[in-house]
Design a protein around this ligand. Structure first.
Ligand code: TXA
Ligand code: MG
Length: 322
């Protein structure tokens, strides 16, 4: 099917209260009209996602944020101007008419405008914003290709727009802006490839001076749990190459047969490439017949972008070895 036909089909499904798989620049999402209570509930059902975990609302035009947010502040609009379309989600107080199933009963809502051309096109044609979590079973690795989405839900007749491999590879940065008379506090609810330095630089271009950051523990971002992004086989983080001694320790811990096969998940030295390939590598290794895998937390994999990558790996891992 040509992309134009695919878009028409996706629009039709959305109009009929259905759910579609959509590419974004970060990861694939499962999208439903924010006006369709049935479709929103269906997302939670398909994902086996608990109702305490809020969905992000995706928009096709920055102006639409004003229809969703109770008050869209000047600072929020400025950040949107710089980073949208792109991998930044802004959590802000919601208007009362935004379905509280989307926000898991919270008074706040996460909003973002994705930059993938198919997602943007769909959003602009559909006109109504789309609530969309990552298109994976709850707690599992996010999909970065359309095939990942299909293999995540093999028993469903789910329509997925074929947008190719996603470019960013890990989920958007989620922030909240807290303003007082003389300072701006940016709360990082989930780190991502838009970093504190990026946010600071953007705010400085608008003449903002006193900018503080607060990194919140995962509890502040419902759903961003300690054991999230789990691959199908154990992932171990190790500061060194794994010796046979530590391998047997791992086999015992996970009740695996001794001398079971394992592989190293090798991260590219460029964090942009490492992030882009991370989830597909995890999936590939999980399916390669090995019993477990490990990733080396080496000292050269440090810095802001790496912090976001390690945030995902820490949550995906079952064990950490010094
Ligand atoms: O890159 C992304 O953000 C992808 C693509 C599909 O856009 N979406 C994504 O959605 O990662 P999901 O549902 O897997 O993660 C959304 C997370 C929630 O688990 C929660 O941590 C945070 O965003 N979030 C959403 N709304 C929130 C709110 N009102 N308050 C605090 N955190 C919120
Ligand atoms: Mg997710």
């Amino acid at each position: 099917m040509r992309i134009w036909q695919e878009l028409q089909k996706a629009l039709q499904i959305l109009k009929q209260d259905g759910v579609v798989g959509i590419p974004t620049e970060t990861v694939y999402g499962l999208a439903a009209s924010i006006k369709s209570d049935a479709a929103i509930r269906r997302i939670f059902e398909i994902k086996e996602r608990p109702f305490f975990d809020p969905l992000i609302v995706h928009i096709g035009r920055a102006k639409q944020a004003e229809e969703i947010a109770l008050e869209w502040s000047k600072t929020e609009a400025q950040l949107a101007q710089i980073f949208w379309p792109g991998p930044l989600t802004i959590v802000t107080a919601k208007k009362p008419d935004i379905n509280s199933v989307i926000t898991a009963g919270l008074e706040s809502v996460g909003i973002r405008m994705p930059s993938h051309p198919f997602a943007l096109r769909l959003l602009r044609e559909f006109k109504i914003p789309l609530a969309a979590p990552s298109a994976n079973k709850f707690g599992r690795t996010s999909p970065t290709t359309e095939d990942h989405v299909r293999s995540e839900f093999p028993d469903l007749d789910l329509f997925v727009l074929s947008g190719g491999k996603t470019n960013v590879g890990i989920e958007s940065t989620v922030i909240q802006v807290v303003e007082s008379a003389n300072q701006i506090l940016i709360r990082i609810l989930r780190p991502g490839m838009i970093t504190k330095s990026n946010l600071r630089a953007a705010l400085e271009t608008f003449g903002k001076k006193k900018i503080e950051f607060e990194e919140l523990p995962s509890a502040a971002s419902p759903g961003h749990l300690e054991n999230h992004y789990q691959p199908a086989i154990p992932l171990i983080i190790s500061s060194r190459s794994i010796s046979s001694e530590s391998a047997s320790q791992i086999e015992k811990k996970f009740s695996l047969p001794s001398r079971s096969r394992f592989s190293e998940l090798v991260l590219n030295s460029d964090p942009l490439i490492a992030a882009r390939d991370l989830y597909s590598q995890m999936r590939l290794l999980s399916k390669s017949g090995i019993s477990w895998m490990y990733v080396r937390k080496s000292s050269d994999r440090q810095g802001e972008l790496w912090t976001s990558i390690w945030n995902r790996l820490d949550r995906a891992s079952s064990l950490r070895l010094e």
